[in-house]
Design a protein around this ligand. Structure first.
Ligand SMILES: NC(=O)c1ccc[n+]([C@@H]2O[C@H](COP(=O)([O-])OP(=O)(O)OC[C@H]3O[C@@H](n4cnc5c(N)ncnc54)[C@H](O)[C@@H]3O)[C@@H](O)[C@H]2O)c1
Length: 437
């Protein structure tokens, strides 16, 4: 924990990043003013309820939230301006929704304007959202200048891209090296003090805020490209009868190689949209990015590959019948409650569009869908295929009893997109087929 002097900090946007970040500041001794515009989310949080699966040293985030609320040092507010006025630094973690391929920056711009207007003398505004390069200069620096507030003199402004992975937030807020960009030295130093209130890791600073913005965007693009490599490798290995996970395990023993694993596609708000943040920048400078575009296409096509594979099996197994498919896991990655842009959801959609009956279960994803239920037994009953698309502990426990799989249609296909079931021989004994991506 930081030994720095107590700090009054506002966090604007209490979502996947903002909630654990605000609690990490509280844990380090800060007085926290969390601003969340969504009344339903705010109400849940005020009751100590959150669906996020973060934990710190085994303590779930909901317990940390309840302790924070009881401490009197953690305040929930609706208004970003009020939170800013109550504090000496404001961290903005508002996301950027997308409409198709285009990004809608209006919520972020609105939040930055609210904060910039409310920021008093000496206040630090720290933008932590992932943004298209140029956003901090236009929507933070530009707004401050319009208001007559001189950055580095009247107020401080900096950009600090968030790099955590969902599920590891508390640890990574402390341990992940941080990138910090500001337009002036005074803002950089003030931001360093506020960031290091929580982080114990290195802080790489730059006076090129665009470089800081780009570094975050390209981190995400790079993961997207790496996963595309793994997907193409998986298809080639499958055709050749080679175990792709064995190939990856062996290749990764090289110190300078780090292949990622194939899966049901790339989901969440960060990776699939990363190219939308980068392309306008590249295009503005007339730079073509064929490799990045091809990788995005490869990853975007994976749910279709999976759905077609499963449908072909179901139709061959029970000609003339409605294909029935059980799906385990709707989250965008393993052990997550995040179903935003989730490939498993897209798989379900594609199956339904093709005329299949889908029964999906995911105990961690709070959203309801017409094809979602609570009981794995209900999902597998008579199904022609069971798709394992993202892991959850409860589903793993249920699957550990092979007898449960006897409820499937005889000859059903287990389509394993997460390298979940390793012993395919057991499945053959049960009269089931097995396909691992
Ligand atoms: N989710 C991740 O793991 C992750 C990791 C790294 C970076 N990021 C980036 O961090 C940012 C936040 O992502 P997220 O997943 O936490 O988004 P999120 O949608 O879960 O949270 C953002 C929250 O901001 C709230 N909000 C919007 N306008 C507001 C306003 N004016 N005042 C107060 N609250 C407001 C929304 O209601 C929402 O709850 C994004 O830029 C994202 O790309 C996310």
């Amino acid at each position: 924990m930081s030994q720095a002097a107590p700090l009054k900090v506002a966090v604007v946007g209490l979502g996947f990043v903002g909630l654990p970040l605000s609690l990490a500041y509280w844990q380090s001794g800060a007085e926290v003013f969390g601003a969340e515009i969504d009344p339903n989310l705010r109400h849940e949080l005020s009751q100590g309820i959150t669906h996020h699966l973060e934990s710190d040293a085994g303590k779930p985030i909901s317990a940390i939230l309840r302790d924070a609320l009881e401490s009197g040092r953690y305040h929930l507010l609706a208004d970003a301006a009020e939170a800013t006025k109550s504090s000496e630094a404001t961290i903005v973690t508002v996301g950027i929704p997308h409409r198709g391929d285009s990004l809608d920056l209006s919520a972020l711009q609105g939040a930055l304007r609210q904060v910039a207007q409310a920021a008093g003398r000496g206040h630090l505004i720290l933008l932590r959202s992932t943004v298209p390069p140029g956003t901090t200069r236009r929507d933070l620096l530009g707004v401050l200048e319009d208001l007559g507030k001189r950055p580095g003199v009247d107020v401080y402004a900096a950009y600090c891209p968030e790099r955590i992975a969902e599920g590891r937030a508390f640890h990574e807020f402390r341990a992940m090296p941080v990138i910090l960009g500001a337009f002036d030295e005074a803002s950089l130093e003030r931001a360093r003090a506020v960031v290091s209130f929580v982080t114990q890791a290195g802080i790489a600073t730059t006076e090129s805020v665009e470089a800081a913005e780009l570094s975050k965007v390209i981190e995400n693009v790079q993961r997207d490209v790496n996963i595309a490599i793994a997907q193409e490798l998986a298809r080639a290995c499958e055709a050749a009868g080679v175990d792709v996970f064995e190939v990856i395990r062996l290749a990764n023993t090289h110190e300078r190689v780090h292949l990622l694993e194939p899966g049901p596609g790339v989901g969440g708000f960060c990776l699939p949209l990363a190219l939308s943040y980068f392309l306008p920048f590249a295009e503005a400078h007339r730079i073509e990015t064929p490799t990045l575009l091809a990788a995005r296409r490869t990853n975007a096509a994976v749910p279709k590959v999976l759905a077609e594979r499963v449908l072909a099996h179901a139709r061959a197994l029970a000609p003339g019948e409605t294909p029935r498919v059980a799906v385990f896991g709707l989250a965008m990655k393993d052990y997550s409650n995040d179903a935003r842009l989730s490939p498993p959801l897209e798989v379900c959609q594609l199956l339904i569009e093709a005329g299949a009956e889908v029964r999906a279960v995911d105990p961690a994803v709070p959203q309801t869908f017409p094809f979602k239920g609570d009981d794995p037994q209900w999902a597998v009953e008579g199904a022609h295929a069971l798709m394992l698309l993202s892991r959850q502990h409860e589903l793993e426990a249920w699957l550990s009893d092979p007898a449960h799989l006897l409820a499937l249609h005889r000859g059903a296909l287990i389509a394993d997109a997460r390298n979940w079931l390793r012993n395919a021989a057991d499945l053959q004994e049960l009269g089931l087929a097995y396909w691992r991506i």
